[in-house]
Design a binder for this molecule. Structure first.
Ligand SMILES: CC(C)(COP(=O)(O)OP(=O)(O)OC[C@H]1O[C@@H](n2cnc3c(N)ncnc32)[C@H](O)[C@@H]1O)[C@@H](O)C(=O)NCCC(=O)NCCS
Ligand SMILES: Nc1ncnc2c1ncn2[C@@H]1O[C@H](COP(=O)(O)OP(=O)(O)OP(=O)(O)O)[C@@H](O)[C@H]1O
Length: 198
């Protein structure tokens, strides 16, 4: 059976992936937001709470996963991060399957996958779209976020595939170092391009 063309949307921290995903959504393209699914499943009464509490005692509470505390633990310890991913990633896969069934009739869908290159995401998509801006723009955006420090930023960057490599492996790059209107125009152009190919 044919399925909608799957556009995998990715980019490093602060490159504007969420903003661009919203632009696709506004244009009528269904978007699967892996991060949002994770947050839901890790939130109050989320289906992953018990498994995460069992593996990382004390990491959850009435509000669900204590994200800052768990993040501090797993981002400092690659083996712990692997154990968390082993709980989270299969659950995300199941949600994605349900999304595809729901939107089986659409010409194209977007998978918003922060870690497309870091994980196995690239094998699940038909085309890879990378959002990218100059490193200095990225740095300013991320450091403007509450609770972010230059050290934290450097560490998260070290866990991610470098922007240059992402761009090299992309089928299409969306420039987010420009105005929102210019970026939105690039999104429209891509949608037209994929519409014409269906
Ligand atoms: C540890 C958690 C609870 C921390 O949550 P918190 O809200 O503080 O941070 P957030 O999720 O926004 O991540 C911050 C930055 O780290 C990056 N990041 C998140 N998980 C990973 C990972 N497994 N490997 C590398 N980078 C990661 C994100 O892309 C983002 O740029 C959360 O990141 C998590 O559960 N991660 C493991 C699950 C996972 O792989 N999620 C990615 C989407 S499927
Ligand atoms: N042309 C542009 N395209 C996208 N974002 C832009 C642009 N110009 C300014 N911005 C701003 O940059 C920020 C990008 O943040 P956004 O949350 O979209 O990044 P992200 O890549 O999803 O981050 P993370 O991976 O950390 O979750 C937003 O505040 C957005 O308004």
């Amino acid at each position: 059976m044919s399925h909608p063309r799957i556009l995998g949307l990715t980019g490093s921290i602060g490159m504007g992936k969420s903003t661009v995903a919203e632009m696709f959504e506004r244009a009528g393209v269904p978007v699967f937001d892996a991060d949002a699914e994770v947050r839901r499943m890790q939130g109050p009464n989320g289906e992953l709470i018990d498994a995460i509490e069992a593996e990382f005692p004390g990491s959850t509470g009435p509000e669900g996963v204590r994200r800052e505390a768990l993040g501090a633990q797993v981002f400092a310890d690659p083996a712990a991060l692997k154990r968390l991913e082993a709980i989270v990633h299969p659950a995300v896969g199941a949600k994605r399957q349900a999304f595809m069934i729901e939107h089986a009739g659409a010409p194209m869908v977007v998978f918003d996958i922060p870690l497309l290159f870091e994980g196995s995401g690239h094998s699940q998509v038909d085309s890879i779209i990378v959002v990218s801006a100059p490193a200095e723009v990225q740095r300013q955006r991320v450091l403007a976020r509450p609770g972010m420090t230059p050290e934290k930023f450097a560490h998260i960057l070290s866990l991610q595939v470098p922007d240059a490599e992402k761009r090299a492996r992309a089928d299409h790059v969306i420039d987010t170092g420009v105005t929102l209107a210019e970026t939105e125009k690039q999104v429209r152009t891509l949608i037209d391009y994929f519409s014409a190919r269906n």
